[in-house]
Design a binder for this molecule. Structure first.
Ligand code: Q9C
Ligand code: ZN
Length: 662
């Protein structure tokens, strides 16, 4: 268990480095076990639990990162500082909460508040959380620390002047900002940027600095037109501040869940970063909730530790890197630990962690970003230019949810759009045979040189949806659950992009067993469109050369072949006709290439069986079989790790495809 109260100076040769060597940054960390005493009164489970800060602290220690920081134990906030943003009544209420003798008194108070629980440890924790953020902020402003992270709870950004709500008692970040501006003019901090990347809108902070041009408040959050917590119009992009504070409040309200690194980084690149350049803050306070993280039970978004590290790194370019992170929400213990660790490594200026953001922002993300830019460009000229169509054309269509019966009309409209688009594809029932081995004079290498120049989206619906399994076809090897290894492609470069889509085709499982997964059927999708069916696919942007190497391996053929299975002429034919069978692979199971459409003029191709084989499945000539356990698990893993579904939804989707009659 982490010790509180210990204080270790940074012993990593700071400032004594040789000429040209970078000084190790002094990173402050506050953690105090006493903040764990705030808990539910009767021990009921609650997402905002004491283990949240414990796991972050333990993870930083285990990684050897806290040892390189200046560790501070928490200190309690002063009433006068709290009253810079809160009413006297509110401060007194929070103070007296834990002196109340009986839980039922507290329970009554809590029940009158929105999303608040209280116990005997709540007052002290609230004072420590606010005081700790003030302490690190002060030290960073003084220059004693370069930056810091206050690992505190209860969180703060929902707390308003006279109201506790949303698991928040005092608005920790607002107290610290107001303290610098109003009590420590001597430190010369005149402009503060508050960035709130918690998945919820920072309603409390927004209100506290509504008319204050010294504080630029930026919040990116799920909004869904006012239906996401804390519901209402406060988080709308039209809320730009008032009076002298007009233009100094910026909301980026997501219209949908599932937003991830591409969406957040687009908001950074096209709103926050240009505005921060113009505003030129003296210090940055970060309301660092990690509930937009992938797998968070409340947030439903998908930001990765890598995404958080890039967002933070981009902010470090301002205010000479003077940045104070304060924990807000974040309810998946594993996600918040990993995200926090990634961020502290950025504060320490360690080598950037590995990662990539392969998908594009959602269409709705570009809509929101454009609306925000338009609303705020009068105050921030750097937002005035229209985003190029080339940029905003790089998008992931809003996915279609089919498992949870959706009453969302927007989702249905989108589904209908896809169906229209698909019905225009001219998919023929008689299978045009595409490629035969011809052109005997073609050297074995030359076809690769040509096809490596052409990109395609390879749409996967089976185990290849799980990236580590798909990569066996590119880089070679064997992923978890597989009984055999693959040689990989001649070109081992990773996919240039990944995105998810849903297509109106029937997913099913058939044949007896596979060498890779054992007893059970393999996944196929019908080459025909059928508006009653849906197959979820993970699309990998690879070269046509790599696509051929996947085809070879899927069909049990040698990648050293002198001829491609699917050349440029075949591509053209499939683009025009919708599908075409591969004569040269007719012993294989995946001998039919189907074109599902195009994305930015790049064809989307999948490989499955031919229509005549589907007929044999239907007649029983070839057996229909549910997938092997390891195989089904891999499909589920792909869908879950791709952020497509929860585990339960993914299992229901696979079960349904495996059990419905063809
Ligand atoms: N239907 C923070 O992340 N949810 N607070 C209530 C009621 C409250 C989140 C749902 C979520 C509060 C700091
Ligand atoms: Zn939150």
């Amino acid at each position: 268990m982490a010790m509180s109260g210990e204080s270790s100076g940074c012993n990593c040769g700071d400032s004594v480095g040789k000429l040209g060597e970078k000084r190790q940054r002094k990173v402050g960390l506050v953690y105090d076990e006493k903040m764990c005493k705030h808990d539910t009164p009767d021990g009921e489970d609650h997402p905002e639990c004491p283990d949240r800060i414990r796991i972050i602290w333990d993870t930083l220690q285990l990684a050897g990162v806290s040892q390189r920081c200046v560790v501070l134990s928490g200190s309690k906030a002063e009433d006068t500082h709290l009253q810079l943003v809160h009413t006297k009544d509110h401060v007194n209420l929070v103070k007296s909460i834990s002196t109340k003798k009986k839980d039922y008194r507290r329970n009554k108070i809590a029940s009158q508040l929105n999303s608040i629980y209280l116990n005997g440890g709540s007052s002290e924790a609230a004072y420590l959380a606010a005081g700790s953020v003030v302490e690190v902020t002060e030290k960073v402003a003084e220059g004693e620390l370069d930056c810091g992270f206050a690992i505190v709870r209860p969180p703060g950004h929902h707390a308003e002047a006279d109201e506790a709500m949303g698991f928040c008692l005092f608005n920790n970040v607002a107290v610290a900002a107001s303290y610098l501006l109003n009590e420590r003019a001597d430190l010369g901090v005149k402009k503060i940027l508050i960035v709130d990347w918690d998945v919820h809108h920072g309603n409390g902070t927004q209100k506290m600095f509504w008319k204050d041009p010294r504080v630029l408040f930026f919040s990116v959050h799920r909004h869904e037109h006012g239906s996401f917590y804390p519901a209402g119009d406060d988080g709308d992009y039209n809320m730009v501040g008032e009076g002298p504070g007009e233009g100094f409040n910026i909301n980026v309200p997501w219209e949908q869940g599932r937003c991830g690194d591409p969406d957040y980084l687009a908001a950074w690149d096209h709103i926050l970063i240009p505005v921060a350049k113009e505003f030129n803050p003296d210090i940055i306070l970060l309301s660092a909730g990690f509930d937009a993280a992938i797998n968070d039970p409340l947030g439903g978004c998908r930001v990765t530790p890598y995404g958080y590290s890039v967002m933070l790194k981009k902010l470090m370019e301002f205010a000479q890197g003077k940045i104070v992170m304060a924990l807000e929400g974040g309810y998946n213990l594993d996600s918040i630990a990993k995200s926090s660790l990634a961020c502290v490594k950025v504060l320490l200026e360690d080598e950037p962690i590995q990662g990539s953001s392969e998908a594009y922002p959602f269409e709705s993300t570009w809509r929101v970003i454009q609306a925000v830019r338009k609303r705020l460009c009068a105050y921030w000229p750097s937002l005035a230019d229209e985003l190029s169509w080339k940029l905003i054309d790089q998008k992931t269509p809003t996915p279609v949810i089919i498992i949870s019966s959706s009453s969302d009309s927007e989702t249905e409209d989108y589904a209908n759009g896809i169906l229209d688009q698909m019905s225009k594809l001219n998919i023929e029932n008689d299978e045009g045979t595409l490629v035969e081995n011809h052109q005997v004079d073609t050297a074995s290498t030359s076809w690769r040189a040509d096809l490596t120049k052409v990109d395609v989206w390879y749409a996967t619906f089976g185990s290849n949806m799980w990236k580590p399994r798909f990569l066996c076809y590119i880089q070679g090897g064997q992923a978890e659950g597989m009984k055999r290894a693959y040689v990989g492609s001649k070109d081992t470069s990773p996919p240039k992009g990944i995105m998810w889509e849903t297509y109106p085709h029937r997913l099913f499982f058939g044949r007896e067993s596979t060498a890779t997964w054992g007893l059970g059927g393999a996944a196929f999708t019908s080459p025909l469109t059928n508006s009653n069916e849906q197959t979820h696919m993970c699309l990998y942007k690879i070269t046509l050369e790599q696509f051929n190497d996947v085809l070879f391996q899927e069909n049990g053929m040698n990648v050293d072949a002198d001829f491609p299975l699917f050349d440029l002429a075949a591509l053209q034919l499939v683009e025009n006709k919708g599908s075409g069978s591969l004569k040269a692979a007719s012993d294989g199971w995946y001998d039919n290439v189907v074109c599902l459409g195009k994305e930015l003029n790049i064809p989307i191709l999948t490989m499955t069986c031919t229509l005549s084989t589907v007929e044999k499945f239907k007649s029983g000539e070839i057996p229909v079989r549910p997938p092997a356990k390891a195989y089904a698990d891999t499909l589920v893993r792909g869908l879950v790790e791709g952020g497509r579904f929860s585990k339960e939804e993914a299992e229901a989707y696979i079960d349904s495809a495996a059990s419905k009659p063809l």
